[in-house]
Design a protein around this ligand. Structure first.
Ligand SMILES: [Fe+2]
Ligand SMILES: [Fe+2]
Length: 289
């Protein structure tokens, strides 16, 4: 397992994750998650912490693609519910307390790569004219920790250095998500829509609070028009850390059911490409987290 990596910011929605993979026995692992809803009483903080602890132990970069915050218990939020407020947040400075608690929790980790926006963050931006992720970044900076903030969607290039002047790359496209549901479809229609609009090797979406993998091969001619080349496109949908199923409440009454918890580990390694050639490719192997 390789433990060295650096995240470079090209702009708000374009980042490069640079690492080295010196031999074929070496793997590089990243954690891709979303929808922690950390301040919600329904967040399974024990599971979330165990995933972040495992990632820190092997220095795997952690990506969180939207809905880190739940933030539905502000006094003017119609989605709020009196029995769903953590004691610490029963305060006049609700948003400050929510952000501060997350900053305290996340500052213990030195392997956080990128935090993107979800609809729960943008909803707060619209209603209250504050940016919770930028507040989180500032609060963590005050504790000596850095947090890179991405977009609601964007790209991350994984660039692996094999040896002198030899690099392999894979492009990740992330999108928090738009359509609700996905219980029957598993988010496949949304994956198809994303693949038709964005060119990448690995796609991550969250938001639907369901987990799935959709593995496709694209066949095309090479740049000289003389040979067939095939490329893999993997769409990952990460679920949530919320545990909402129960006896009563909005979630139950809307006909929603228990969801999986967690997201995906992705292992990057160097393998052989086209048989009969010396081609090397960067392989991606997702594992449920
Ligand atoms: Fe969510
Ligand atoms: Fe969402």
């Amino acid at each position: 397992m390789n433990k060295d990596w650096t995240l470079y910011t090209e702009d708000d929605t374009i980042h490069t994750l640079a690492t080295t993979i010196p031999n074929r026995k070496c793997k590089f692992r990243a954690l891709l998650i979303s929808d922690a809803h950390f301040d919600s009483v329904s967040c399974d903080r024990g599971l979330l912490k165990s995933h972040l602890d495992q990632a820190q132990k092997i220095n795997a970069p952690v990506f969180h693609f939207g809905d880190w915050f739940d933030m539905m218990q502000g006094k003017d939020d119609p989605r709020g519910s009196k029995n769903k407020v953590r004691d610490r947040f029963k305060a006049a400075d609700y948003f400050t307390q929510v952000v501060e608690e997350s900053a305290e929790f996340l500052s213990q980790y030195d392997n956080l790569a990128l935090w993107g926006y979800g609809n729960h963050e943008t909803s707060v931006m619209r209603r209250h004219e504050i940016d919770p992720l930028m507040m989180l970044k500032a609060s963590m900076a005050g504790k000596g920790s850095d947090l890179n903030i991405g977009g609601y969607q964007g790209f991350v290039t994984v660039r692996a250095n094999l040896r002198a002047k030899v690099y392999l790359t894979k492009a990740i496209h992330y999108f928090h998500g738009a359509a609700g549901g996905g219980h029957v479809s598993g988010g496949m229609p949304e994956n198809s829509k994303t693949r038709s609009a964005f060119e990448a090797d690995l796609y991550y979406a969250g938001h639907q609070h369901n987990r799935s993998m959709d593995d496709r091969i694209i066949t095309k001619l090479n740049s000289r028009g003389r040979a067939i080349v095939r490329s893999q496109k993997i769409s990952l949908r990460g679920s949530t850390y919320k545990q909402e199923a129960g006896k009563l409440g909005w979630f139950v009454e809307k006909g929603m059911v228990a969801r999986p918890q967690g997201g995906w580990w992705v292992d990057f390694s160097v393998t052989s490409g086209t048989p009969g050639t010396k081609e090397e490719i960067l392989s991606m192997s997702p594992v449920m987290a």
